[in-house]
Design a protein around this ligand. Structure first.
Ligand SMILES: Cc1cc2nc3c(=O)[nH]c(=O)nc-3n(C[C@H](O)[C@H](O)[C@H](O)COP(=O)(O)O)c2cc1C
Length: 361
């Protein structure tokens, strides 16, 4: 039987060798300047068998950082390592998009340049603990409401970072609109209490994300821009239920822009996901990891049945750099070690072996 999952796919201007996307995963290995270590080149190169890699979340500006050890793509030193990553992935026939994340209220002053506040659409504090630069856990701060001028600057920061990603040779960018970070904070009525053009109605709550996608598309081409969303997602103290109208307004506004793809985190099956799939004009990527499993037998029917064009896989790729080969030859999959997801260093990062490097083979 020929699996759909191993078939090629055209995504914007990129030819993908198969339908499997490595999901974006934060690994906290960058230094205090937001520069990735050389081992990151190895890490991504090892996983280039995915049709597309979406990088770990990367801040488009120093003001957008929310965790220690996340990389940036807003200066030359950061861009240089991303260029090496892109070259290494391309040399193995892979493709890579850079996920751009501004964390909004999920941050701490110690991670930001002096005098730069933690910001959000509205002054609504997240009821959780955030990490400081030293790794201490403290209550999330009360964010400062962004002014319209600051919203424009934030959009410009994203567009400039997208330009750098493409200049570094990456195939495009994914705007992180999921999991309770800045874009999601605009979309959700619980975190967006604005009464200006950026809040109050579904169309207004969607406006920031729409303007952001448009601005980045103008800078690098719509066919190099993806968007990730998590409708209904509760992560990071979000209450995003009963907000379907905002997502429908978002998708309708983006129909004319035609970004390269929409990447949805599906935590539970819902009518909204079907509506969004039907309305979306280009490639549709689904991640079902937190709902069920990201194993071959679960993903193949999603593709074969047309529920999505591509599927994304996270944790299995951490532990199985050669996941596609293992699936093709039905070789056992290695288990991931959660304890080394976010710790620095090479352990749990570039030391998971590929099948061919096992002694018994
Ligand atoms: C270690 C780790 C880091 C993650 N970091 C990100 C991230 O930076 N951006 C993002 O959109 N999702 C992030 N996620 C969510 C994954 O992209 C994915 O949706 C999730 O792991 C579920 O898929 P899976 O079951 O295949 O792992 C992360 C998940 C893990 C396990």
């Amino acid at each position: 039987m020929t699996h759909t999952i191993f078939q090629p796919w055209r995504l914007g201007r990129a030819e993908l060798a198969n339908r499997v996307v490595m999901a974006p995963m934060t690994r906290n290995r960058a230094d205090v300047r937001g520069v990735l270590p050389a081992s990151a080149v190895t890490y991504y190169e090892q996983r280039a068998g995915a049709g597309l890699i979406i990088s770990e979340a990367t801040q488009p500006s120093a003001a957008g950082q929310g965790y220690p050890g996340t990389p940036g793509i807003h200066d030359d030193a950061q861009q240089e390592v991303w260029a090496q990553v892109a070259d290494a992935v391309h040399a193995r026939g892979g493709r890579i998009f850079c996920q751009l994340m501004h964390t909004g209220r999920i941050s701490h002053e110690s991670l930001l340049p002096p005098g730069v506040p933690v910001v959000a659409p509205s002054a609504v504090r997240a009821d959780l603990e955030v990490e400081t630069l030293d790794g201490a856990k403290v209550p999330a701060p009360m964010p400062k409401e962004l002014t319209v001028e600051e919203i424009r600057q934030t959009i410009e920061d994203f567009a400039a970072a997208a330009r750098r990603a493409v200049d570094a040779g990456m195939d495009g960018v994914e705007l992180h609109g999921a999991n309770g970070y800045l874009l999601h904070q605009f979309l959700s009525p619980g975190t967006n209490r604005r009464t200006d053009a950026y809040g109050g109605t579904p169309g207004n709550r969607a406006r920031f994300v729409v303007e952001l996608v448009q601005a980045v598309a103008e800078r690098i081409g719509a066919d190099r821009v993806g968007l990730r969303i998590s409708p209904g997602g509760q992560f990071n103290d979000m209450a995003d239920k009963d907000n379907d109208d905002t997502y429908l307004a978002l998708v309708e506004a983006l129909q004319a822009v035609r970004p390269a793809y929409l990447h949805t985190l599906r935590r539970r099956s819902s009518r909204l996901h079907e509506q969004v799939r039907d309305l979306w004009p280009t490639t549709y990527i689904m991640n079902t990891g937190y709902l069920g499993s990201s194993e071959l037998d679960d993903l193949e029917p999603i593709l074969a049945g047309g529920q999505a064009d591509l599927v994304s896989v996270g944790r299995l790729f951490i532990a199985n750099p050669d996941l596609l080969e293992r699936w093709r030859h039905d070789h056992p999959r290695a288990a991931w070690d959660e304890d080394t997801f976010y710790t620095g260093g090479d352990r749990g990062y570039i030391d998971y072996p590929a099948i061919g490097t096992h002694k018994e083979n």
